[in-house]
Design a protein around this ligand. Structure first.
Ligand code: FES
Length: 90
């Protein structure tokens, strides 16, 4: 099956540990069978099931990344006030 040159082939791009990026416009069939038309040029569909606005990604898949960054931000650098001192060699 191939599309004619005039037909646009829909493109779906999975994001690692994130949403599916779908080129629009597209019709989305919801679990209850209803259909919504999304006319955005690109839509992000949630694959992690954490979104508060299904079927779209609301970036709720990111907290683990945020927590990692916050941990790095709150860790004092060596020599900075509050940084753990290395023990003196005995
Ligand atoms: S993939 Fe982003 S909230 Fe689920």
């Amino acid at each position: 099956m191939s599309a004619s040159p005039a037909e646009k082939v829909p493109r779906v791009t999975p994001v690692l540990e994130g949403p599916l990026l779908v080129e629009g416009p597209a019709e989305i069939v919801l679990p209850d069978g209803s259909v919504i038309l999304c006319e955005r040029p690109v839509m992000a569909l949630c694959t992690c099931r954490r979104t508060l606005r299904p079927p779209f990604c609301d970036t709720s898949h990111r907290p683990r990344l945020r927590a990692t960054r916050a941990t790095k931000r709150n860790t004092p650098r060596a020599g900075a006030p509050g940084a753990a001192e290395e023990p003196e060699p005995s």
